[in-house]
Each structure stands twice: as structure tokens, then as C-alpha cells.
Design a protein around this ligand. Structure first.
Ligand SMILES: CC1=C(CCC(=O)O)c2cc3nc(cc4[nH]c(cc5[nH]c(cc1n2)c(C)c5CCC(=O)O)c(CCC(=O)O)c4C)C(CCC(=O)O)=C3C
Ligand SMILES: [Fe+2]
Length: 366
């Protein structure tokens, strides 16, 4: 190994932490049961979501996307002279985090940095993963110590591929509709109560929405730098679930398309900024359902690319790993970030993204 190889100590492994998805029709129901255990999702909603998976042969794209991301990570680390094993574990499907952690312990891993495929603060997108990490090491002999890498929604390696995706989608619109096109930033809806509880309690909550708005503003400004046009933009939501009487974040992307059309907007680009790759929500809720809505309305619409396996996004993981390794060695570090919020914390503050319904033990907190 070259002597100038970056120092990753104290880490001896990297762990990719993700959601998981079914890979065959017979996986769909057990997967949905894993996801919704104890979450109070109505039967009809589950049947409906099951149909989304069956429409794609019972296979979610998410696992293959993680396999590609892992391959990209291994190539990136090797090219930087970093010799570090990379593991992968999911919350809801094979390879399960519990099995991966057992393997890591068996391999003698002592301390791993964890990269979660979810960029924002909320119970579902952050704290629940911290509970999953706790559960995966609970009672495991020789379990490695785990550190979750900081939130990266405002890391340039995540934002720049999104900017390029928007530029490409705009360029693909009919020329006469381009300059007036709206940018509809889309993310997963969550219950209002979950948004209210997201982020550190002393910051008053609402971090999930605040963080998305910050990224949206950055992308709009970067697009304006490139094109000279500051496009009107909004933050809208997809994939609402739960019982109908419980309020979730709105507007729904389909309702938003209708409003835009009624208001005379010439075109729209849907920017799936809440998703790191083309998950089922993106290929069904946006590419299948919302694009059909736009078509019915006669509203020219495109869906821009997710960060996916863009080399800049892959390299951001290395950047976050080296940054955190230096922090853990007690060194000063430069922390890359865009927008108004600034670089996020390393360890989630006490009570961050608390779940009002259950107080479960977590890892990676202050
Ligand atoms: C904020 C958020 C993200 C983004 C952050 C992140 O990326 O992690 C996300 C990602 C994902 N959600 C996914 C799938 C599902 N989410 C569900 C249910 C829910 N999601 C919620 C929130 C989020 N979910 C919530 C509040 C629920 C209600 C139940 C509960 O309170 O926990 C259900 C049950 C059916 C339904 O209710 O819709 C399914 C099947 C997949 C896999 C997709 C694939 O297969 O490609 C991914 C990446
Ligand atoms: Fe979800």
C-alpha cells in the first residue's frame, strides 16, 4: 500500500445500512410484514403497495442498487489506496443487519463506520436505523463498535448529481416550456407528528422539512447559476400511508401537478430529492403514477435522476468516512456542506427524532 494512503483508523470496516426490498413475488408479503410490524398500516394500503411490487415482477430495485453502490464504493476506496472491508445490512430484508453484524464479529471487525442510505432527519429515516443497529449488536459476542456517519443531504457529493439531473431533465423539456418550468421537489410523506419530532428537541422539531427546503433552495440556486433562470419551486410529497384520519405532510405530488396545471404552469420537473436512488417510490409513485397524472392533464413533465451511483456521491462516502475517522482521532477537520444549515452533527443529540409511541434503545447518539 502507498505510504500516503489516507488514514482510516480507528475504523477497520465500513457498513452500508439500507432498507431492503423483496426480490421475488413470494418475498412481497413477508417483506411488507417486516416493514409494517407494529406500525398500524391499514390492510388496504398494504394490498395496494403489494400491487406496486407485483407490477414490477415482485422485485424492488433497491437491492440491486445497493449492490452497485457497494461495487462503486469498493472501487473508489481501492483507487484512493484505502484497504477496508465493506459490509452491507438491511432493516427489512436479506442481508439483514443482524446477520451482517454477526459476520463482522466473526471476521474480527472491531469498529465500523456506518453509511445509511437515507439522507435526512426523522424517526423513519434516522432514529429507526439507530434502533436497528442497537438490535443487531444486542447480545452479540465481540460485536464491533458502530459509528453512524453524519447526515449528508447537504453534502456537495449528494447535491451536485441532483443539480445535473435537473439540468438534464430541463434540457429534455420542449424548448418553449423550459424557462417557465416548475421544479417540484418530491420526498416521502411522513405523519405531521413525525416531522414535528424530527431533529433535536431543543431546535423545535421540523428538521425533516427544513432540511429538504434547504436542499431545494441550493439546487434552485445552482440551476440558476448554470441556466440564468430561477425556476419557481415547491416541496411536495409521495407515498402517503397510514390511517386516513392521521395527518401526513401534503400536498401529494399528483394534487400538486393538478394545481400547477390549473395555475397555467407550462411544464414541471419532479426532483426526487428525498430518495438516494430509484426506489419503488420513484419508479412507481413518480414514474408510473405521477407521470400518468401529468399526461392526463397535458402537462409536460420529467422526473430527474437520483444521486444513485454517481461517482461524486460514492466519493462523498469516502469523504465522510475520512472526516469522521479524523474526528475520532482527535484531529481538526474541514466538513463539506452546501446551503444555509451547515454540516450536521456526528452523534445525534439526546431525544433526536424521538418516536412518541415507543422509546427503544439506540446506538450512535450523544
Ligand atoms: C421517510 C421515509 C423514507 C425515506 C428515507 C429512506 O430512504 O429510508 C422511506 C423509504 C422507504 N420506504 C420503503 C418502503 C416502504 N415504506 C413503507 C412505510 C412507511 N415509510 C415511511 C417513511 C419513509 N420511508 C413511513 C412513515 C411509513 C409508514 C409506516 C411506518 O411508520 O413505518 C412501506 C409499507 C407500505 C406503506 O405503508 O406504504 C413500504 C413498503 C422503501 C423501499 C422501497 C423499495 O422497495 O424500493 C424505502 C427506501
Ligand atoms: Fe417508506
Amino acid at each position: 500500500m502507498p505510504t500516503d494512503a489516507p488514514d482510516v483508523s480507528p475504523y477497520d470496516a465500513l457498513l452500508l445500512v439500507s432498507f431492503g426490498g423483496p426480490e421475488a413475488p413470494e418475498d412481497v408479503v413477508p417483506f411488507l410484514e417486516n416493514v409494517t410490524r407494529g406500525r398500524g398500516i391499514p390492510r388496504e394500503r398494504l394490498e395496494e403497495v403489494g400491487e406496486h411490487y407485483f407490477l414490477f415482477g415482485g422485485k424492488s430495485p433497491i437491492n440491486d442498487q445497493n449492490r452497485e453502490f457497494l461495487a462503486g464504493l469498493r472501487t473508489d476506496l481501492a483507487a484512493a489506496g484505502i484497504d477496508l472491508p465493506v459490509y452491507w445490512g438491511n432493516r427489512n430484508w436479506d442481508p439483514y443487519l443482524t446477520d451482517t453484524l454477526a459476520q463482522m464479529a466473526a471476521d474480527g471487525v472491531t469498529r465500523a463506520a456506518c453509511f445509511v442510505t437515507s439522507a435526512y432527519s426523522s424517526y423513519s429515516s434516522c432514529r429507526q436505523y439507530r434502533e436497528n443497529l442497537f438490535d443487531a449488536v444486542d447480545g452479540l459476542d465481540g460485536a464491533p463498535r458502530l459509528d453512524k456517519l453524519r447526515h449528508y443531504f447537504n453534502h456537495p457529493g449528494f447535491v451536485e448529481p441532483v443539480v445535473d439531473g435537473v439540468l438534464a431533465a430541463l434540457a429534455d423539456l420542449p424548448e418553449e416550456a423550459r424557462a417557465g418550468a416548475h421544479l417540484a421537489f418530491v420526498t416521502h410523506s411522513i405523519p405531521l407528528s413525525m416531522n414535528d419530532a424530527s431533529g433535536p428537541p431543543e431546535q423545535g422539531g421540523g428538521a425533516y422539512v427544513t432540511q429538504h427546503l434547504d436542499v431545494a433552495a441550493t439546487v434552485v440556486a445552482r440551476v440558476a447559476e448554470e441556466t440564468g433562470v430561477e425556476h419557481p419551486h415547491e416541496l411536495v410529497y409521495c407515498s402517503r400511508s397510514g390511517a386516513p384520519h392521521i395527518p401526513w405532510l401534503e400536498p401529494d405530488v399528483n394534487d400538486h401537478l393538478t394545481s400547477l396545471h390549473e395555475a397555467g404552469a407550462p411544464a414541471v420537473v419532479m426532483v426526487p430529492v428525498g430518495f438516494v436512488s430509484d426506489h419503488m417510490e420513484v419508479i412507481y409513485d413518480l414514474d408510473t403514477e405521477a407521470l400518468a397524472t401529468a399526461e392526463e392533464l397535458g402537462l409536460p413533465a420529467r422526473r430527474s435522476a437520483t444521486a444513485g451511483t454517481d461517482p461524486r456521491f460514492v466519493a462523498a462516502v469516502r469523504d465522510l468516512l475520512l472526516e469522521r475517522a479524523a474526528v475520532e482521532r482527535g484531529q481538526e477537520v474541514a466538513r463539506a456542506s452546501t446551503g444555509a444549515i451547515g454540516p450536521m452533527w456526528d452523534a445525534c443529540p439526546v431525544g433526536c427524532c424521538a418516536n412518541a409511541r415507543a422509546d427503544k434503545p439506540t446506538l450512535c447518539g450523544a
